[in-house]
Design a protein around this ligand. Sequence first.
Ligand code: HSE
Length: 389
Amino acid sequence: MKIALLGFGVVGRGVYDICQTLPGLEVVRILRRKGSPRELPIVTDCFEDIVNDPSVDCVVEAMGGLHPAREYLLACMAAGKQVVTSNKAVLAAFYDELSDAARSAGVAFGCEACVAGGVPFLAALRKAARVSPILGFSGILNGTTNYILSRMVDEGADFGQVLSAAQQLGYAEADPSADVDGLDVQNKAIVTCGIAFGFAPSHGQVPTFGIGSIQGQDVADILSMGRVPKLLATARREGDSLCCTVEPVLVERGSLEAAVPLNNNLASLEAQGIGTLKFYGQGAGALPTGNAVVQDLLDIAQGCKDTPPRTGGALQSDLSLLRARWWLRLSPEAAQRAKEELGAACESVRPRGEESVCLETAELPAQDFYALRSRLLALDPKLFAARFA
Ligand code: HSE
C-alpha cells in the first residue's frame, strides 16, 4: 500500500520509521510546510502533489490543528483515498462531518492514534460495543500532564521544569497549554464518546479543567490525605443522557490510576457483561503513537473500511449523573465566599499559611460545583480544585 504523510513532526516521523520496517507499507510522499528541510526526496510542500497522485492509496494526517487539516482530510476522502488521522483536535471539532464524508466516499477513516497513543483503547471500545452497550469510560489520557504530576508526586519536582522536560521528550502539544489546561484530554474525550456511544458531544458539553494552577504544596497536602492527583476524563451514559467531564481527580493511593507513571495512560471502559476493563501503556511519543497509526494502516491494507461511528442519536448533556466531593485550595477571600455558598455542604476548612485555605465539600451534583467554581475563579484565578474519586 502506498502511503502519503501530511506532516512530519513527532507522529509523522514515528509512522515513517515504523513503515521502513514493514514490508507492504511504502511511504511515497511527505507533505511539509514551505521552507522545512527536505531531507528526503519524497518531501513536497504542495498538497496537490498528493491528492492528485493516483498512486497514493492512503493518506495519514499528522499535521495537527484544525485548518487546513479538515480541508485536506475532506479532499483526500473525496479523491477516494483511505485516510488515517492522529489529530484529535480536528476529529473532535468535525467528528460528524468527517465521519459522514468518509462513509459517503466509501473510504476507511482510521483514528486509533487520536486517543491514548499506543494503547489500543478505541479498538477495544469498538469490540466491546459489538456485544453490549458501553456504559461509560474514564482514563488518564494525557501523557504530558501525567508526566508532570507523576514527577511532582515522586520527586517533589517543580511544575515548570517538568513541563519543559515533557516538551523535550516530544510528549507535549505544540502549544503545551492544550495539555496543561485539559483541552487535549477534552478532544480525546469527545472522540472517545464518538467511538463508545456513536455520538460526539460538543466542546461546550464537556466541562474541562486542567492542572495549570497546581502547586507543590497542593501535591504534598493531597498525598497526606492518602490520595494522588491525576487528570481524568470521565464519561457515563444513561439512556439518552451523557455526562462527560475532564478535571483533576484525587484517586486513592492504592488504585491502579495512582500507580501510572510518567507519560503513560490508563484508560478504562465499562460495559454490561464484561464490567470494567483497563488498558495501560504509553500514551504519547513518536513510536507509540506511530504504532497506533500503523495498526490502522495494516487494517486498511487488509480491506477494512471502518469509519468513526455515528449511531447513538443525539445525547443530552446531564451533569447530574455525576455526584462527588471536591477539594479546593483557594485564597481566604474566595474560601469565605465558598463557605457562605456551600453552607452545610462545606465539610472542612483548614488555613494553609496566610494566603491559602484548603476546603472540602460534601457530595454535590457536578453542575452545582462547577457553577460555584466559576464564581470562585473570579475571586481567585489561581485556585486549584480536584474531585475525590
Ligand atoms: N500531548 C499529548 C499527550 C500527545 O501528552 O498525551 C499524545 O496525544
